[in-house]
Design a binder for this molecule. Structure first.
Ligand code: G6P
Length: 611
């Protein structure tokens, strides 16, 4: 969603902000802008459209400055146009603010200030906040104090950065519910909503906590609470390289990330398998292990792709660890007055670690006494910090909005958890455990084999890219894989796609099937392979076009499917790690063929930090 970059130091600020905003484009946005401070006056440049449009505007109106703030906006209040783009300024034009999140009581603040004669010029919730800061500044004559007073009156979520010509040598940053990171270098300081915007300049960072207010000057920084108490945060080191957030020769980030999977799958299990004992060790769960081993129930909560990973986890954990598992959409879970017992374990799965609904769901579960575990990719993210314990999936930065490598890494984390709990609880024997460990280790090479030649999938994309609907069917572990395949296609190609459990097709979707309806069957040779073959026959009998993802050895499928994609075989519970790869590629190549913006699909955001 929205992105923030701020800088104070000795370098020309405009290129730093523009390049930082480009790094944040992947989060999804519809307008961009910046505020530059020079000669004690603020220049505001903003545009609906892409960061490159803003860059052109900056070239036409160059401003030399060493302090400024920038923003990419994903519209929530007010349409995406030039006026509603951030930064927003107060009515005197001397205070500028960029804001991620939502000010829920903005209407009340606006009315109050309007009664005092303050004139508003946009429809946004953000303008209410900058006008409120300005009103307090008139009283305090101290920017940081004015920001704290204003934020004390705000309901909602925010990550903000403020700059003012009335106190020209500082930036004020604050957060509640929307991430902000400070970057530290000699004589220069950065602030951003995501470390990828600043990692090209510095690796030394501080992750702000909720209700922190930071003041940055060229001589240093200070972090206080909203209640005016100084807080000390450890400086942390970003571990990834700039190359990891570049396309490295691939046409899109999504394609790069699909091809990274042999490596990321390996990275997510590295050092965690104990082969001779046929089990796994997850260091981040050490302290909650007794609770986990004895959990009466596990509730997995997540959104989007992470929710699909959770569904695979349900099948695995119930079968091998014999623990009842429920998988809940975080957005539903948080408001459904859930029944949670003290011996329940709640697992929040989130690539970004910042998804607002998932965060709220885990807070609800914590309040009700559950032990809460996170499965996250982004180190230091809010969910990672607020859970009692957790597992990082180590997939590296994922830039493509449609999640690929994070999904497979989440599956690995869940497989390791299943192996560990299955062994600890005595439902997986040591021999079986060793076999599973070996199968997991074999997965990266099998993924590599699928990726070696993508031409069959490109041919398939060529054949079906003009479809208006696609049905994805699978059973067991591959039912969630079908959901994920359909989600990938609709996210990036805008083709309507639905995933269904293959047998459930008879209760509705079968009515859609005719000679124009492509149906993707995910049918590896598992326990229920024969049943899926029967479902394929049901589709064929109605002249549907069958695309089948099957194993190399499968000869039953010949003559039954219109198009066959063959992949290596593995044990049932790991099969989504392989079946999801051709589905990712199919969505990708169809989207490219349709001329879609693969990495930044319309209306979507990488990290959904509002409800
Ligand atoms: C957004 C993204 C999806 C992602 C979902 C959950 O909708 O576009 O790709 O699966 O959020 O995100 P999370 O970071 O919590 O896994």
């Amino acid at each position: 969603m929205c992105g923030i970059v701020g800088y104070i130091g000795f370098q020309e600020v405009a290129p730093i902000i523009i390049n930082g905003l480009k790094r944040l484009e992947y989060r999804g946005y519809d307008s961009a802008g910046l505020a530059l401070l020079s000669d004690n006056s603020l220049s505001i440049l903003k545009r609906a459209g892409k960061v490159t449009d803003l860059e052109t505007l900056v070239e036409v109106h160059p401003v030399s400055s060493t302090i400024g703030i920038g923003h990419t906006r994903w519209a929530t209040h007010g349409i995406p146009n030039d006026v509603n783009a951030h930064p927003h300024v107060d009515q005197t034009g001397t205070i500028a603010l960029v804001h991620n999140g939502i000010i829920e009581n903005h209407a009340a603040i606006r009315q109050r200030l309007q009664r005092d004669g303050i004139v508003f010029s946009t429809d946004t919730d953000t303008e209410a906040l900058v006008q409120l800061i300005s009103a307090f500044f008139d009283i305090t004559h101290d920017l940081e104090h004015a920001v704290r007073l204003a934020l004390n009156e705000v309901d909602g979520t925010y990550g903000i950065v403020v700059v003012s010509s009335r106190e020209p040598d500082k930036l004020i940053a604050a957060r509640r519910g929307s991430p902000l990171v400070l970057g530290i270098n000699e004589g220069e300081y950065f602030v951003a909503s995501d470390a990828s915007a600043i990692v090209g300049h510095t690796r030394q960072v501080i992750f702000l906590e909720d209700d922190d207010v930071a003041t940055l000057t060229r001589n240093g920084y200070e972090v206080k609470t909203l209640g005016d108490e100084i807080v000390e945060h450890e400086i942390e080191e970003i571990t990834y390289d700039i190359e990891q957030i570049e396309k490295s020769g691939f046409e899109h980030f999504m394609l790069k990330e699909i091809h990274e999977q042999p490596q990321t799958i390996m990275d997510s299990m590295r050092g965690r398998l104990i082969q001779e004992k046929g089990t796994a060790k997850l260091g981040g769960l050490r302290e909650v292990l007794p609770v986990l081993n004895n959990a009466r129930r596990i509730i997995i909560t997540a959104c989007g792709t992470s929710w699909h990973a959770g569904l695979v986890g349900e099948y695995m954990l119930e079968h091998y660890a014999r623990i009842p598992v429920e998988v809940e959409y975080a957005s539903e879970f948080r408001y459904k007055d859930p029944i949670i017992n003290e011996d329940d374990v709640v697992i929040a799965i989130s690539q970004s670690g910042e998804t607002a609904d998932t965060l709220a769901a885990l807070r609800e579960a914590k309040l009700r006494g559950a032990t809460v575990i996170g499965i996250c990719n982004v180190v230091g993210s809010t969910i990672a910090r607020e859970t009692h314990a957790g597992v990082y999936i180590h997939a590296g930065p994922e830039i493509g909005v449609a999640s690929t490598k994070a999904f497979t890494a989440q599956l690995v984390a869940l497989s390791l958890l299943t192996l560990m709990l299955g062994r600890n609880r005595g439902f997986i024997s040591i021999e079986e455990g060793r076999e599973f460990a070996q199968e997991l280790l074999n997965i990266p090479a099998k993924v590599e084999e699928i990726l070696r030649d993508t031409t069959p999938i490109q041919d398939l994309a060529e054949r079906y890219y003009q479809s208006s609907n696609v049905l994805y069917l699978g059973r067991g572990y591959n039912f969630p894989a079908a959901l994920e395949g359909a989600l990938k296609l609709k996210e990036i190609s805008y083709i309507h796609a639905e995933g269904y459990p293959a047998a459930e097709m008879k209760h509705g979707p079968i009515a859609l099937i005719d000679e124009n309806m492509p149906v993707v069957f995910i049918a590896p040779q598992d326990r229920i392979h024969e049943k899926v073959i029967s479902n394929i026959q049901e589709v064929k009998a109605r002249k549907g076009q069958v695309i089948a993802i099957v194993n190399h050895e499968d000869d039953v499928i010949d003559g039954l499917a219109d198009y066959i994609i063959r992949i290596p075989r593995t044990v049932d519970f790991l099969s989504p790690l392989l079946t999801s790869i051709p589905l990712q590629l199919l969505a990708y190549y169809i989207a490219v063929r349709r001329g879609c913006d693969v990495d930044q699909p319309r209306n979507l955001a990488k990290s959904v930090t509002v409800e």
